[in-house]
Design a protein around this ligand. Structure first.
Ligand SMILES: [Zn+2]
Ligand SMILES: [Zn+2]
Length: 307
């Protein structure tokens, strides 16, 4: 083995050279400062005080994960009533302008649901949801808030879960047809299970190969006002159970998919963070950098005008 040859040691710099080098270095530093920040990521599905997580930990979680813009949905893993949460969420959002936004929410089977949601839409909410009430997904209850979404020009995020929330998912196309100007965002177990044409409705976290052409696949293909929220274990499962179909799904619906996390951990990294895992899945399965950017940020920007 021959001895590696090293470049000759630098001679001691003259004062003139030193000044020139310093100027170059200073320029390099200012270039670094002027460089664009890390690629923006918008998380469209987070919760305040989720499983008791303090607000500073929520913000740290989002930063560690790389989310530059966050949408807080009232409800989700919080024992307080949804209505009591709207006021708390508004206060939090106002303390973090241009970084944190919110959707207004209420249990849609409550008589004051419409008034409650409208109040917070007027106070700056940019959507309605997540809607998570045990009512049929095509019932009058859902229509009342869909009318509000239509009148205020905001999207509505739906948690679909078999025999639990927004039931009868196979009839949701009726709402899409009745409210063609309202953008609906699908989320949760029944939404993601139904990417598979052979989905067993009783199974919340199906495994194994997916046969494309399920209800979810068709709604996204056929209705311009149907969007998908990739958050939670259900969203992650939809891709990791069959990565090959996951690739095709992202390619087919690349203009409709919105990154979200719905995660309650305080870390924002590693195996315990579903959001961090989902970012890795999107980066791995997206057919191009441009598609990855749409899913992680661009589609949310287009739909919600934020980030
Ligand atoms: Zn949910
Ligand atoms: Zn997380």
């Amino acid at each position: 083995m021959s001895t590696p040859s090293f470049p000759p040691a630098s001679p001691v710099l003259s004062r003139r050279e030193f000044l020139r080098t310093s100027a170059v270095l200073a320029g390099a530093v200012s270039l670094v400062r002027a460089a664009p920040a890390a690629e923006p990521i918008t998380d469209i599905h987070q919760h305040k005080s989720y499983s008791g997580r303090p607000d500073d930990k929520l913000l740290q979680h989002q930063a560690a994960m790389g989310a530059t813009t966050t949408v807080i949905l009232a409800g989700g893993g919080n024992p307080k009533s949804v209505s009591a949460l709207n006021a708390e969420v508004l206060e939090f959002v106002r303390a973090h302008p241009k970084r944190v936004y919110f959707f207004a929410n209420a249990r849609t089977d409550r008589p004051d649901a419409r008034a409650e949601v409208e109040k917070y839409l007027k106070l700056g909410a940019i959507g309605i949801g997540e809607q998570k009430t045990n009512v049929p997904c095509d019932s009058r209850y859902v229509e009342i808030l869909a009318e509000l979404a239509r009148d205020h020009g905001v999207p509505m995020l739906m948690h679909f879960q078999h025999e639990a929330f927004n039931t009868g998912f196979e009839r949701f196309h009726k709402i899409l047809e009745k409210f063609p100007t309202v953008n609906f965002i699908g989320h949760a177990q029944a939404w993601w299970g139904n990417i598979d044409k052979n989905h067993d409705q009783k199974v919340n976290y199906p495994t194994g190969k997916v046969t494309p052409g399920g209800i979810t696949d068709r709604l996204l293909a056929d209705y311009p006002n149907m969007w998908a929220d990739l958050s939670a274990g259900s969203g992650n499962n939809a891709f990791v159970r069959d990565e090959e179909q996951g690739r095709g799904f992202i390619e087919r619906h690349q203009d409709k998919l919105l990154f979200g996390t719905d995660c309650s951990d305080a870390i924002g990294q590693g195996a315990g963070c579903i959001g961090a895992r989902q970012i890795a899945v999107i980066r791995r399965l997206a057919p191009s950098k441009a598609v990855e950017r749409k899913v992680l940020h661009g589609n949310a920007r287009k739909l919600l005008g934020i980030g």
